[in-house]
Design a protein around this ligand. Structure first.
Ligand SMILES: C[S@@+](CC[C@H](N)C(=O)[O-])C[C@H]1O[C@@H](n2cnc3c(N)ncnc32)[C@H](O)[C@@H]1O
Length: 447
């Protein structure tokens, strides 16, 4: 039985946890009402480690389940909230999230959420208290009503995305959607001996396991701050999903190669390529100048150096290319991110159905613009963190059709599944994010 929440007085000081709920609500409102990125909305200023983790969990979880929670909230309100009360709606959603999806005891959840209302918002304490207590009592029945409405409500995805996933994966669409709602693991890329590093983690009492598809991947059983991860500060490990670590295997750069990383920030794959081929000449292009700094930070922490970091549009090589061909090109294309909703649940709210063909257009443009920069015999790897065929096999198949000197050389692999000219990893497969890879070779030269 959930404990009964005491009716709070408006003069009561904020209970511990009220501040975190208030910040979670501000972040949720930023995502749902202003269309902002969740990551940029999390304000950790002045919070200790436990509260930082709580803020992240509350905001991420609420955004992940917001479509389902909003429907439940609508049924609990006698009349809609005034539109200007964005944060109040968000706080109610944060409250519902705690009661529906977290292990936080109901009394603590209600009381901490109510105590987030201070100053101008104190008037709403009775409302929030009443709504949350009622939901606590009627939770199962209320969620059942929402879940019966549609798979989109039950899984908290927009209708169009459910349909796109159902069409692409008729046998397993529900499992794909559920995997995109799971809490993401913390995966590391170990730069040295993985077995030795696993022993180091075990000695430090940190449970972890090797992730097989990528030979340097280690998954920690629990999230922890990077400062507590052995070797992180010294650059012996990076944080990188297992699927993202496969790019370096596929591109297989060699010493002396001239490599182009065409969509580079924040530079995770570039760093991996440089680890594989430290003598390579690596050029990184990034359209978002602000994000070039992220590449610099990534390389600096790992003690690596690229030949050049170029602010520029990869679809316009005339503006930055010196005319010397590349042996290897990585096109880690901007995409819908539908393979990484478990890490970035705000994607569910920000993407629109019309974005997908527009992205496919840009992805095709990248392939067409960069292909002439590849030397005969060279390899281009096309990657996305999307699970939608429009951005993946259809883009690459259309390119192969129009470019006779491009040959598909995507290898057989122990991961993913063959889809047209590439391989698709679905979210959760071997602990990895959803990813697509295709390898193309330019005819007429030595590989
Ligand atoms: C998927 S992210 C790349 C991730 C990166 N490869 C890594 O492993 O860390 C795509 C990047 O491409 C950049 N981008 C988008 N369009 C671009 C273009 N036309 N030219 C160059 N960069 C572009 C985006 O700003 C974004 O930083």
């Amino acid at each position: 039985m959930p404990a009964q929440a005491r009716k709070p007085s408006s003069r009561e000081p904020a209970a511990p946890g009220g501040k975190v709920r208030r910040r979670a609500a501000a972040a949720v409102a930023g995502v749902l009402r202003e269309g902002r990125r969740l990551e940029a909305e999390l304000d950790y200023e002045g919070l200790d480690q436990a509260d930082r983790a709580l803020l992240r969990e509350l905001a991420t979880g609420t955004v992940r389940w917001a479509i389902r929670l909003r429907a439940a909230l609508d049924g609990l309100l006698d009349r809609p909230l005034p539109r200007k009360e964005k944060r109040l709606e968000a706080l109610l959603l944060v409250g519902l999230y705690q009661l529906a999806h977290s292990g936080i005891p109901p009394y603590a959840a209600v009381s901490a959420t109510v105590s987030a209302l201070t100053g101008r918002q104190a008037w709403a304490r009775g409302l929030v208290n009443g709504v949350l207590r009622r939901f606590g009592r009627e939770r199962e029945a209320r969620l059942a009503v929402v879940d019966e409405q549609s798979p989109a409500m039950r899984t908290a995805y927009p209708e169009w995305l459910v349909e796109a996933v159902r069409t692409a994966y008729p046998a397993e669409w529900m499992a794909v959607l559920e995997a995109g709602n799971a809490a993401p693991p913390l995966t590391l890329r170990v730069r040295g001996d993985r077995t030795a590093y696993l022993a180091e983690l075990a000695a430090a009492g940190i449970p972890a396991r090797a992730l097989d598809p990528a030979d340097g991947a280690v998954q920690l059983e629990e999230h922890r701050p990077v400062t507590e991860i052995p070797g992180f500060t010294e650059g012996r490990v990076s944080i990188q999903d297992g699927a993202a670590q496969l790019a370096a295997d596929l591109l297989a750069p060699r010493a002396g190669d001239r490599i182009l990383d065409a969509c580079s920030a924040p530079g995770g794959k570039l760093a991996h390529l440089l680890d594989r081929a430290p003598q390579a000449e690596a050029l990184a292009v990034e359209a978002d100048e602000g994000r070039l700094e992220r590449i610099r930070d990534t390389l600096q922490r790992l003690g690596l150096e690229a030949t050049a970091l170029i602010p520029g549009d990869a679809t316009d090589p005339d503006a930055w290319w010196d005319g010397r061909a590349f042996d290897r090109i990585l096109v880690d294309a901007p995409c819908s991110g539908t393979g990484v909703t478990r890490r970035h649940p705000d994607i569910k709210h920000h993407r629109r159905p019309e974005d997908i063909p527009a992205l496919a257009e840009r992805q095709g443009a990248l392939l067409r613009a960069l292909w002439p920069l590849l030397r005969p015999g060279g390899t281009l790897v096309y990657a996305t963190c999307s699970i939608l065929p429009t951005e993946n096999r259809e883009v690459v198949a259309a390119f192969l059709e129009e470019c006779p000197e491009a040959r598909c050389v995507t290898p057989e692999a122990a991961w993913g599944r063959p889809v047209g000219p590439g391989r698709q990893i679905l979210p959760g497969e071997a602990g990895m994010d959803g990813f697509f890879y295709a390898c193309l070779e330019r005819a007429g030269g030595q590989p």
